[in-house]
Write a protein that binds this ligand. Structure first.
Ligand code: PLP
Length: 467
């Protein structure tokens, strides 16, 4: 395509334009050029339709974000009303808007009691970046600028801002980006299926606490700023820690005098059962990041919540009248805030949170019933967040040879069977159905998923590779 005049030609398909001009997030650019995009056109409830007319049951809520399901009219109405009334209000110069103030108060009301102040962001990555920058500001304010080191979990995901991608412990986010930085450190994730200490919950918890302590001592206790973790690791392969793990890690951070930051970008807003995963164990973090379910993906927005102690220390530490230089044009965007308020109303008064909790056993059964499939090494789940880990040998837990290209083939087979889920490179299938899923939709998901795994096992090379 030589000139931009083609943009106005109706015969130029969106697929061609996409291939030619659009850089997709976290994708192999060359593979994308070859394969091209799948264009999604519309959605209703848990269902998606693509531009070729395929009807798909979305068992991944978009990108674990459309917790309220597609096509919620009241959300559309809240957005259009706010857009019509006032599409934009800056947060700079002491301006603000009513929806943003109300949403901040609502989040403080819903979040663990330790969290009293809200900074709105555009995404989860932006929320993580805000947390990191304001932790630096906090340590500056209390005269501890040597606290520059951060600890996170192996297989953790904390977005793709520069510093956040370094907290993320996935190779693709580091390779060629000059990451991790020397002040970024990782400890083993509480990955029962593949843990070096076995699958006993208490052993996993004490190993994590011991490794955190040892890592802090090794760096120097007065040099560590914070420990970041997801209450259930998402993009690292839906790794569900044993009950009590989060509370133990929080307590260890308190004893070590380092901040505990819960990254609830995926786990927030009913994904694992309660409104926030921290709630299940009575965990009160120093900071919390969230996004995704906050607006159910209808418009972009994230948030970073902090304790009153951190807030007051930063506020007191800043010279009178001098701005604290962190902020963006679209922080606390009124349209996003109006959407957030309505989405949360649907979770609470609309009964979606309760439906998600009631449906979790159905979801658990869908996964557990597949645990005996020849391809499945482990089924794991909490609330409406779950995974099937595929292995070539159930006894040795050996992964399939990457040369088989299984991840893409499982995804494509699922798609052909009318089911959308996440297929990670290491053959972990991730699931995050919307909170509006019905029992019938879970039955359909079970049938389509079993057929997908059976179809995949029918590939001659996969059957040969399966013990
Ligand atoms: N933190 C966690 C735990 C996430 O899962 C994600 C995204 O998946 C992020 C941060 C980054 O959020 P975003 O993609 O909105 O920037």
């Amino acid at each position: 395509l030589a000139s931009s005049s083609h943009l106005s030609l109706p015969q130029t398909s969106a697929l061609e334009l996409d291939r030619e001009h659009l850089i997709h997030p976290v994708s192999s650019w060359r593979a994308h050029e070859k394969r091209g995009a799948t264009l999604l056109q519309s959605g209703k409830g848990a269902w998606l339709r693509d531009t070729e007319g395929h009807e798909l049951l979305d068992a991944f809520a978009g990108l674990w974000c459309v917790n309220a399901g597609y096509g919620q009219e009241s959300v559309v109405q809240a957005a259009t009303e706010q857009m019509r009334k006032l599409p934009y209000a800056t947060g700079y110069f002491h301006f603000g808007s009513e929806p943003a103030a109300r949403l901040a108060a609502k989040l403080v009301d819903l979040a663990p009691p330790s969290l009293q102040h809200v900074y709105f962001t555009l995404s989860g990555s932006d929320a993580v970046e805000a947390a990191v920058r304001l932790i630096a500001q906090y340590n500056h304010a209390r005269g501890q600028t040597q606290r520059r080191h951060f600890i996170s979990l192996e297989r953790g995901y904390h977005g793709s801002s520069f510093f956040g991608a370094g907290l993320t412990a996935l190779p693709a986010f580091h390779r060629g980006f000059g990451l991790p930085l020397p002040e970024q450190h990782y400890i083993a994730s509480p990955y029962a299926y593949r843990s070096a200490v076995g699958s006993d919950p208490l052993a996993i918890i004490s190993a994590s606490v011991a490794e955190l302590r040892a890592t802090v001592q090794q760096i120097g206790q007065d040099k560590v700023a914070a420990f970041f973790c997801e209450p259930v690791q998402g993009s690292g392969g839906v790794i569900v820690p044993p009950e009590g793990w989060l509370k133990a890690m929080r307590q260890a951070c308190r004893e070590l005098g380092i901040l505990f930051v819960a990254d609830e970008v995926i786990t927030g807003f009913g994904r694992t059962g309660p409104m926030f995963a921290c709630e299940a164990e009575g965990v009160d973090p120093d900071m919390m990041t969230m996004a995704k379910g906050l607006t159910s993906g209808y418009v972009p927005m994230g948030a970073m919540l902090m304790s009153d102690e951190i807030y007051q220390t930063i506020a007191d530490g800043a010279p009178a009248g001098v701005p604290i230089g962190h902020g963006t044009t679209y922080s606390a965007h009124p349209v996003s805030a109006a959407v957030g308020l309505e989405v949360i109303r649907l979770y609470e008064e609309g009964g979606l949170l309760a439906n998600g909790q009631a449906m979790a056993p159905h979801f658990a059964r869908v996964l557990a019933n597949l645990a005996d499939h020849p391809l499945v090494g482990e089924a794991r789940q909490r609330g409406l967040l779950g995974a099937l880990e595929l292995v070539s040998n159930k006894q040795t837990k050996a992964r399939f040879d990457p040369a088989l290209g299984l991840a893409d083939r499982v995804f494509a087979t699922g798609y052909r069977n009318g089911l959308v889920f996440r297929s990670f490179g290491d053959n972990i299938l991730g699931f995050a159905p919307a909170l509006c899923f019905t029992a019938e939709e879970f039955e359909l998901m079970a049938a389509r998923l079993r057929k997908t795994l059976d179809d995949v096992l029918d590939f001659a090379d996969v059957r040969r590779a399966t013990a």
